[in-house]
Design a protein. Structure first.
Length: 172
């Protein structure tokens, strides 16, 4: 399983670098999105609408930054909730980036598409918004909500010359 993940990761990672047409001066513009759900949140206070990560969640957030260490991100986006910001922060720091924010009620807007075109972007969301965001990039409903106990899905979507390739990996 580990070798399958490695193979898939290498293929996905090498896609953007092999997409240039060397016969002309026009480079093909490739956009790659990495989508994850926030790590484990503190569920001890049911009335808290903005909980922090648990220790296991903080560990997972750091683990995401290790898993994605060979990806050079141009931007890291998060919603303005503690759990998503705390999940995104280790990867943003590793890439020397400031967190950027998106509204989970307005996912793949024209402004977002324009701001991220040709870039490699990490987007941290929620169990319902992450697959919805992916579906909007794909232009079709392919992925359902993430199970509430699953914090390990990694969706990778590559857009190049109107072609869209997507894959989902589960990393626990």
């Amino acid at each position: 399983m580990k070798s399958l993940f490695t193979l898939l990761f290498i293929v996905a990672y090498s896609l953007p670098s092999s997409s240039q047409d060397m016969s002309t001066n026009d480079a093909v513009e490739t956009t790659t999105y990495y989508f994850i759900r926030h790590a484990e949140k503190d569920r001890s206070d049911k009335t808290n609408k903005n909980p922090n990560l648990t220790e296991a969640g903080k560990s997972r957030a750091n683990h995401w930054s290790e898993i994605l260490q060979h990806v050079k991100f141009d931007a890291v986006y998060s919603t303005k909730y503690n759990r998503t910001m705390q999940t995104a922060e280790p990867t943003a720091k590793k890439n020397e980036l400031k967190l950027e924010f998106y509204d989970p009620r307005v996912l793949f807007s024209e402004d977002f598409a324009k701001a991220t075109k040709g870039k490699t972007v990490l987007v941290v969301g929620h169990s319902n918004t992450t697959p919805a965001f992916v579906n909007m990039v794909l232009g079709k409903k392919k992925h359902g909500n993430i199970d509430d106990n699953n914090n390990g899905n990694l969706y990778i979507v590559t857009v190049s010359e109107g072609h869209i390739i997507d894959q989902v990996l589960t990393i626990n």
